[in-house]
Ligand binder design. Structure first.
Ligand SMILES: *Cc1c(COP(=O)(O)O)cnc(C)c1O
Length: 382
């Protein structure tokens, strides 16, 4: 039987290179709690990413939860419905009220031009997402945040290594959150981080992720357990040695798709702004009305051919039952996001993906396009 191809495959460093790290951990018996590999990974990642301070976490969701705690956010937080559910869940877990704003059709990100009208006296923060690693309109978002005295926390789970005008996008806002889940560009199996800009903030985050302990007998806050362990930190250090090659691979595969899929009627491709150094995190395509199949028909066709494409992000977060009753979750308030959720499909993209599979995927899409909507058996059967 043919093997299923998924949208992502974890970047796994060579096993034999991991053994010496394990031997060191066994010898030191330092398994967790800010051990030597944890400290080294925080330092190396901050350097690699070009940021001042980085606090490792056991996953990105705990990093998000802690970000709202450390800033003392209350009331309403403006966010995007077009993301992974953890974005909005981090607000509910903090007793905060999500307020959804529509997305920009070009960048897939929260539409900064619709942000101001969503601000109320209860608004205290903005939680935008750099969706697929494409930077938000950070200039406009931060202008408004300054004008209204709001905090900005970026969900940068997709934005590992992304730069704008040569500067890390993680330097924007008050805090940024990364995820190092196995499916992400850089992974520590499970893991994540908060990026912050000063040492005092880093200290407070470090207390919060360790139950609020400052020393053996002093607890300064009702903290949580968000610590990354030494095995994962070591895995991260090893992975970091392979990340540049992985990014090169992703770039090559991205360009190959672009070449294969350009000029297919009814399919539009994402465009990367010129000032952005991207990480090729995802390969979304838009299946428009003039394509021979609907997005879901294309999804099924690919699946029948063992290509497990994903409808990221469908359903919208605002459609899930714990969000859909909010006034801002109405379809009328989020027309562009609804369009995206209906049209976008992400194709497989990961280091090691064979070009022959990309060719097969493009062939299936091209063949589908060649059947005009009017002669399509799917339509005629209706
Ligand atoms: C992956 C992801 C998260 C959650 O990160 P975990 O490390 O899996 O907890 C949050 N937000 C977005 C946008 C994500 O893609």
């Amino acid at each position: 039987m043919e093997k299923n191809i998924f949208v992502t495959r974890p970047l796994l460093p060579p096993l034999e290179e991991f053994i010496p790290y394990l031997e060191n951990i066994w010898e030191s018996q330092h398994l967790t709690n800010a051990g030597p590999y944890h400290q080294q990974l925080e330092k190396e990642l901050a350097e690699y990413l070009g940021v001042e301070h980085l606090c490792l976490f056991s996953n990105g969701t705990l990093a998000l939860l802690t970000a709202f705690q450390v800033l003392g956010i209350t009331g309403e937080v403006i966010t995007t419905p077009y993301s992974f559910v953890a974005t909005a869940h981090s607000l509910l877990w903090n007793g905060l009220t999500p307020v959804f704003v529509d997305t920009d059709p070009e960048t897939f990100n929260l539409d900064a031009d619709k942000l101001e009208q969503a601000i109320t006296p209860a608004t205290t923060a903005i939680l935008p997402v750099h969706c697929y690693g494409i930077p938000c309109n950070t200039r406009k978002i931060e202008e408004l945040a300054d004008a209204y005295g709001l905090k900005v926390i970026y969900d940068a789970a997709h934005a590992f290594g992304v730069k704008q005008n040569g500067v890390s996008v993680l330097r924007q806002g008050d805090l940024s959150i990364l995820s190092f889940h196995a499916t992400k560009v850089f992974n520590t199996i499970e893991g994540g981080a908060i990026i912050c800009h000063d040492a005092k903030m880093k200290q407070r985050i470090d207390y919060l992720k360790n139950f609020g302990f400052v020393n053996e007998t002093t607890v300064v806050a009702a903290g949580i357990n968000g610590k990354m362990n030494e095995l994962q930190a070591a895995y991260g250090l090893l992975q970091l040695q392979h990340i540049d090659k992985a990014l090169d691979d992703r770039g090559r595969l991205y360009r190959h798709y672009n070449m294969l899929l350009a000029d297919i009627p009814g399919i539009s491709l994402m465009s990367i702004p010129e000032d952005v150094t991207w990480n090729y995190a995802y390969y979304p395509i838009m299946v428009n009305e003039d394509f021979a199949l609907t997005r879901d028909e294309l999804y099924e066709l690919l699946k029948d051919n063992h290509i497990m494409a994903r409808r990221y992000f469908y359903p919208l977060i605002s459609s899930f039952f714990m969000y859909k009753f909010a006034e801002s979750a109405s379809k009328e308030n989020l027309p562009v996001a609804h369009q995206l959720a209906e049209k976008v499909i992400c194709l497989p993209l990961y280091p090691g993906l064979e070009e022959s599979i990309q060719n097969k995927i493009a062939g299936l899409i091209k063949n589908a396009a060649a059947t005009s909507p009017h002669s399509s058996p799917l339509i005629m059967a209706q």
